[in-house]
Design a protein around this ligand. Structure first.
Ligand SMILES: Nc1ncnc2c1ncn2[C@@H]1O[C@H](COP(=O)(O)OP(=O)(O)OP(=O)(O)O)[C@@H](O)[C@H]1O
Ligand SMILES: [Mg+2]
Length: 277
């Protein structure tokens, strides 16, 4: 079982050269829960995740892990508690799947310490969970986009952190593997108490799998809370500039957003059960 950690940002301002991306943001990640962050392209989701995992220093404000500023923690110490799967990770050329996933164990290894049986077990479990064990000896360069994504998820799992931040973990995955990965993260949350924070573009999967949904718009929290409260027509309009219908998903009873474009709009608007406005 994991230790519960608190992760919060306080008056956090982030940016690149002369561009401010996130301005004075306050946010608390519910411990032991699954949080999904949604928002339009370029609104600052990846920037926020990178800063939460110490890769981008704040212009102002803090990221606090158990009340301590993450930017003051040594990288390896933080990496034993908090793992990040970035949006576009790059693998060293020619590295095998097993070796890449094994790198997830780096934070657990002391200087000059040998690879342990515990490391072997963690890597094997991560390969197994992501259905990548049969790829172990293959070179990462030669995998399909979806296979590679699952290998990166395996690396994040092998790190065995209490907090796991994932930037679009389902990208490149077919629908069945998307559901499999989200089920797997939910298993991890339920069985080990791992706190999960993930950026997702699929609003419906985000609403289904998250306990806590955060809708970001231009680096600010537009809405946060239970998915049924957050995923409304108003929210989709404000955050994405998109008209939609939000109905109740008959399989999960969570909100299900149906986008309304300029084409293929029914002449029978009475169809479907709308919730929200
Ligand atoms: N390394 C960088 N240098 C300069 N600007 C950057 C850098 N990374 C991101 N940005 C800018 O910061 C803004 C937010 O980018 P970010 O990657 O956080 O968006 P995002 O919400 O993750 O978008 P997406 O949904 O497309 O992944 C964008 O305008 C982007 O161009
Ligand atoms: Mg991004």
């Amino acid at each position: 079982m994991t230790t519960t950690h608190t992760l919060a940002v306080e008056r956090l301002t982030l940016g690149y050269s002369d561009r401010v991306v996130i301005s004075s943001l306050d946010l608390v990640v519910p411990p032991g829960k699954i949080t999904a962050i949604v928002g339009a392209n370029a609104c600052g989701k990846s920037t926020l995740l990178r800063s939460m995992s110490r890769l981008l220093a704040p212009r102002a404000g803090h990221v606090l892990l158990d009340g301590k500023q993450v930017h003051r923690l040594p990288a390896k110490q933080l990496a034993r508690t908090l793992g990040l799967l970035p949006q576009s990770p790059t693998a060293p050329e020619g590295i095998t799947v097993a070796d890449l996933v094994g790198r997830g164990r780096n934070p657990h290894q002391r200087l000059l310490s040998r690879w342990s049986r515990e490391d072997d077990a963690a890597v094997a479990a991560a390969l197994d969970a992501t259905q990548t064990a049969d790829l172990a000896d293959r070179s990462v360069d030669e995998l399909s986009g979806g296979q590679r994504q699952r290998v990166w998820i395996a690396m994040a799992l092998a790190q065995q952190t209490d907090l796991l931040l994932l930037d679009e973990p389902t990208t490149f995955l077919d629908v069945s593997h998307q559901v499999e990965v989200l089920d797997l993260l939910t298993d991890l949350n339920l069985t080990r108490g791992t706190t999960i924070v993930m950026v997702l573009h699929d609003l419906n999967l985000a609403a289904r799998y998250a306990d806590h949904l955060i809708a970001l718009a231009s680096g600010r929290v537009h809405a946060a809370g239970e998915p049924a409260q957050v995923l409304t027509q108003e929210c989709v309009r404000a955050v994405f500039g998109l008209e939609s219908q939000v109905i109740i998903d008959p399989t999960s009873e969570k909100p299900l957003m149906l986008p309304i474009g300029r084409h293929h709009v029914t002449t029978r608007p009475d169809l479907g059960l709308s919730i929200g406005t």
